[in-house]
Design a protein around this ligand. Structure first.
Ligand code: NAD
Length: 695
């Protein structure tokens, strides 16, 4: 069947866009549209045409299956289709329901008339992929709904419900009831009206364009300094006001081409596809049966347990929260309430919603109260003996078929599963702190985890509005195993001549949300100390990080002790450089026999980021991550890696793996360079030699 089915209703031709799931404007659909319009033009019995979407959308825009393929631009491209619509000798009416986004909205804007049902999401979301609407959207939308409203939509990419646009000039009529019947009736009514109205012929005016666009440019520059697209969106809309329509279209086209080739857009498009890819597990097909998750339990009401419980509560899933002592339980519950009340104060929750969520929370000291939960997430101390006790108990009390999940960050999930008689029900659900905020959920698949359990956990991540990424069992899984390598370099840089604030500044300037030393002070330096002590035994070939050790010996664990790599003033979180830390550092370098040198920001960034890349390559090769883009998702959603750089693996691809290898060889050759650390991962070496890339 054609993706653009042609039927008639009396004197009106109806062309139905039918390319599930959202009627993406792929080549076949575009060709079908042109054929349908030609047929309607040639048929004397037809007086008007209606375009309508089948299923869940009018059209979601470009067909993502065609992204990055020559088909995307093949004729008839969207420009051509829109020209054919505009030049139709008979009126063309777009009948919009559910979704009209991107190219879908641009197509509708080319039509002579638009009618819509309430509840449709109207948007030009291209900016989110680092581009701008390239089929006339920046020129026609301002003419349809006004310059300011259009600019807001184009720069933010945010959807606006159709009913809010009812009187904007975008729609000629809102239709209640049967959309197609209403659209056909409308088409009959306007069938003989001439000349045919076109959005392109309307004016795009603003009373004070210079002041308005100047203000818009400054605002956009301030909030999106690393992203070129929003500023170009402003310029394109400005062209709609200052230039004739066809010239404006040329401006838009030029900017579109420039943005498509920009590294930022490549990174954002990579992240878009990476997110989709992460939900696919090759040996767990999408139709794998899942288990119901209608109730949950959390063991441990500390930092993580409380945040994890909030995730379930936010999704409307009741939670039983267990602690060993009443005091710890009360404290945990109080923190959850405090968090909700803070959100309510900011106006993002009503008082009633706070009570509703708290009403779903059942604190307990009694394991029997957990028994009927569909899933239990353990978040007790990171100590195998404690985990063992908890899992043996859970095995005893939980109903058959309940999922037993652990939030461990480093321990062996298979060993934990071995404490139960149902290892197929055991899985790692590794949340990130603060668990109620961070998007990432690492889902750790044990050797014996059931496929239905894995599929359920993946589904749950969506329900909790998280990005689920599957990892296999190893020390630190994907994220923390890589962060160990990253922190290792950050610490070596300090041994060799940089100060913590130099390292943080360089990486933050490069785009990281937070540099490694501020991050360590936030997470607690004792955690890394504990891990390092183990690594010294396991990897005697690596240089000891005596400066970090000395810092911990001095009790400087970070924000929680008021001092770490920086000092902190009570009640404030600003990281203030501390001469005492500098003293420890200088003494440490002397002890190591290192003559400190000035280290450039470029070297700081390269060493820290390539450390991630090299470890990421090992993780992919060992099968700990399913694919390199999963590693990128972990870093983009859990660690504050600059989104506009697309994640460590994508970034390495952009630099070129050959160049990454050369830099690594240079670092290894340095007398203090820790050659063992820079041994290239075999996958990296192979891909670099073959001129290939990770993603
Ligand atoms: P926490 O010390 O803040 O909380 C642990 C809680 O578990 C405490 O309230 C304690 O009273 C309770 N507890 C201890 N033994 C118990 C038992 N037998 N039964 C019931 N409750 C018990 O620790 P946390 O930071 O929330 O970490 C919990 C787990 O999450 C650890 O495995 C940790 O590795 C992991 N994790 C932590 C982070 C983080 O950033 N803090 C991030 C990801 C994962």
């Amino acid at each position: 069947m054609s993706q653009a089915e042609y039927t008639t209703r009396g004197t009106v031709a109806v062309i139905t866009l039918d390319n599930p799931p959202v009627n993406g404007l792929g080549h076949e659909l575009r060709s079908g549209l042109v054929a349908g319009l030609d047929r309607a033009a040639a048929d004397p019995a037809v007086k008007a045409v209606v375009l309508v979407g089948a299923g869940k959308a009018f059209s979601g825009g470009a067909d993502i299956k065609e992204f990055n393929s020559p088909k995307a631009a093949a004729e008839p491209n969207l420009h051509t289709v829109i020209r054919v619509v505009e030049q139709s000798p008979k009126p063309v009416v777009a009948a919009i329901h559910a979704v009209a986004m991107g190219g879908g909205l641009e197509l509708a804007l080319g039509c002579h008339y638009r009618v819509a049902a309430a509840g449709a999401q109207i948007a030009l979301p291209e900016v989110k992929l680092g581009i701008l609407p390239g089929a006339g959207g920046t020129q026609r939308l301002p003419r349809a709904i006004g310059v300011e409203a259009a600019l807001n939509m184009i720069v933010s990419g945010a959807p606006v419900p159709s009913e809010k646009l009812a009187k904007s000039g975008l729609f000629d009529q809102m239709i209640e009831g049967d959309l197609l019947a209403g659209a056909v009736a409308f088409a009959e009514k306007v069938a003989d009206v001439r000349p045919l109205p076109l959005v392109r012929n309307r004016p795009a005016k603003h009373p004070s364009p210079e002041a308005f666009f100047g203000f818009a440019r400054n605002t956009v520059k301030a909030v999106a300094k690393d992203y070129p697209a929003p500023a170009m969106c402003v310029d394109a809309v400005a062209a709609a006001v200052s230039k004739p329509f066809e010239e404006g279209l040329r401006v838009e086209r030029g900017m579109f081409v420039e943005l498509v080739q920009s590294s930022v857009s490549k990174a954002l498009r990579h992240a878009f596809f990476a997110e989709r890819a992460a939900s696919k597990i090759p040996d767990v097909p999408e139709d794998t049966p899942t288990r119901p998750v209608k109730s949950a339990a959390v063991v441990g009401a500390g930092t993580m347990g409380g945040g994890i419980a909030m995730n379930f509560l936010n999704a409307g899933i009741p939670v039983t929260l267990l602690e060993v002592k009443q005091e710890a339980l009360d404290k945990g519950v109080a923190v959850i309430r405090k968090n909700y009340e803070a959100t309510a104060k900011k106006g993002r929750l009503t008082a009633a919603q706070v009570e509703e969520r708290m009403g779903l929370l059942k604190p307990t000291l009694d394991y029997a109260a957990l028994a009927q939960a569909d899933i239990v997430v353990e978040a007790v101390f990171e100590d195998m003996a404690v985990k063992e006790k908890v899992f043996r108990k859970l095995d005893e009390v939980m109903k058959p078929g309940a999922i037993l999940a652990t939030n461990t960050s480093t321990l062996d999930v298979d060993e934990i599963a071995g404490f139960t008689r149902r290892p197929q029900d055991v899985i790692g659900t590794h949340f990130f702190s603060p668990a109620n905020v961070m998007k990432l959920l690492e889902i750790v698949r044990g050797a014996r985890t059931g496929k239905d359990v894995l599929a359920t956990a993946m589904g749950l991540s969506k329900k909790l509005k998280k990005t689920g990424v599957v990892a296999r069992v190893c020390d630190g899984f994907i994220g923390n195993r890589m962060v160990a390598a990253y922190l290792n370099q950050a610490l070596l840089l300090v041994d060799e001549g940089a100060l913590p604030q130099d390292v943080d500044k360089a990486l933050e300037k490069w785009g990281w949300v937070m540099g490694p030393f501020r991050m360590s002070d936030l997470a607690g330096n004792d955690v890394g100390w504990y891990i390092r002590k183990r690594h010294y035994v396991e990897h005697p070939e690596l240089r000891k990080q005596i400066i970090a050790d000395k810092l911990c010996e001095a009790g400087r664990f970070g924000q929680k002790t008021g001092a770490g790599w920086y000092r902190y003033e009570t009640g404030r979180r600003d990281a203030i450089p501390d001469p005492k830390v500098e003293e420890i550092i200088l003494a440490g370098s002397r002890e190591l026999g290192i003559a400190r040198r000035k280290i450039s920001a470029e070297e700081i960034v390269e060493r820290c980021v390539y450390a991630l890349v090299n470890e990421g390559a090992r993780i992919v090769e060992e099968g700990i991550a399913l694919r390199a883009s999963d590693v990128d998702m972990v870093y983009l959603t859990g660690y504050g890696f600059p989104v506009f750089r697309g994640g460590p693996m994508h970034y390495a691809d952009q630099v070129g793996l050959y160049n990454v290898m050369r830099a690594m060889a240079r670092f290894a050759a340095d007398p203090h360079g820790n050659a063992a650390f820079w041994k290239p991962a075999p996958l990296l070496a192979r891909l670099a030699a073959e001129g290939k890339s990770f993603t």
